[in-house]
Design a protein around this ligand. Structure first.
Ligand code: GLP
Length: 254
């Protein structure tokens, strides 16, 4: 494994979540001090959805409430949103983030950005999203999960990848995997708006979480296999500051 990837292997999901929350909170504390002296006093962080980071978000809420970290003073950019979807739909990533983190830590809604799943002009919405990230001074730390097929955000495996935020069809494997959160597979939106590979890779640091036996093979491919558009997460090998926090089951093949 490359030297620019720092790997933490934790016993189980709970210790993975705790370790990831501690790493994230340490970054927030450190950046708050430096950012206070800059034009962007609310440093931006990148958030992910999916089941993997939920435990980490729970830990962060506890840390926030006990005064260990202040998450009300950050700017948040989410990786992606289904398209089309209403921001009040229980399956939207907007609702997911409010329920799993933002409401509990009081991050003001005007500082939490998620692509608009109802945008009339999705292409313009994507361009505006990258512009907002850049105006916020870029992302200090981007939290990532990994899809079973190696996607990050909703950048699906294929012959090519996109650089900036874009309007993407979802892979059938992703529709099937995410159907568990919807009444039926037919209710899963067929598209999404997602930060592209460059938008993700521009983050100063990447914090990737992986849990469970089901992620072992793809995590191994992503970190130790060839860099290929067929495994979008493998491009992280080209980033110079990646922290992986995995439980033993997910790290089994590393
Ligand atoms: C989703 C999200 C990704 C997430 C992935 C894995 O579709 N777009 O950001 O990392 O799938 O989800 P999980 O953590 O539930 O395995």
């Amino acid at each position: 494994m490359l030297r620019n990837l720092r790997l933490h292997v934790e016993k189980d999901y709970s210790s993975m979540s705790q370790q990831a929350a501690e790493i994230f909170a340490a970054a927030v504390r450190a950046n708050a001090i430096t950012a206070a002296k800059t034009a962007n006093p609310r440093p931006a962080y990148g958030f992910a959805t999916g089941s993997t980071p939920v435990g980490m978000y729970k830990e962060l809420i506890l840390m926030h409430k006990s005064g260990n970290v202040n998450l009300s003073n950050i700017t948040a950019f989410n990786l992606d949103e289904y398209y089309p979807i209403s921001p009040t739909d229980p399956q939207s990533y907007r609702v997911f983030m409010r329920e799993n983190l933002f409401d509990a830590v009081g991050t003001p809604p005007e500082n939490t950005y998620i692509p608009d799943g109802q945008a009339k002009d999705p292409i313009a919405e994507c361009a505006a999203y990258d512009e907002k990230i850049s105006k916020a001074g870029g992302i200090y730390m981007q939290i990532l999960g990994i899809g079973n097929n190696g996607h990050i955000g909703f950048n699906e495996p294929g012959a090519s990848l996109m650089a900036t935020t874009w309007h993407t069809p979802l892979a059938q494997a992703t529709i099937d995997a995410n159907a568990r959160n919807f009444a039926s597979v037919n209710d899963v939106p067929r598209h999404a708006l997602t930060m592209g590979m460059h938008s993700i890779m521009m983050a100063k640091q990447i914090l990737l979480l992986a849990s469970g036996e089901g992620k072992a093979e793809i995590l191994h491919k992503a970190l130790c296999g060839p860099i290929t558009t067929n495994v979008p997460a493998s491009l992280l090998q080209l980033h110079n500051d990646v922290i992986i926090v995995a439980d033993q089951a997910a790290a089994r093949l590393l």
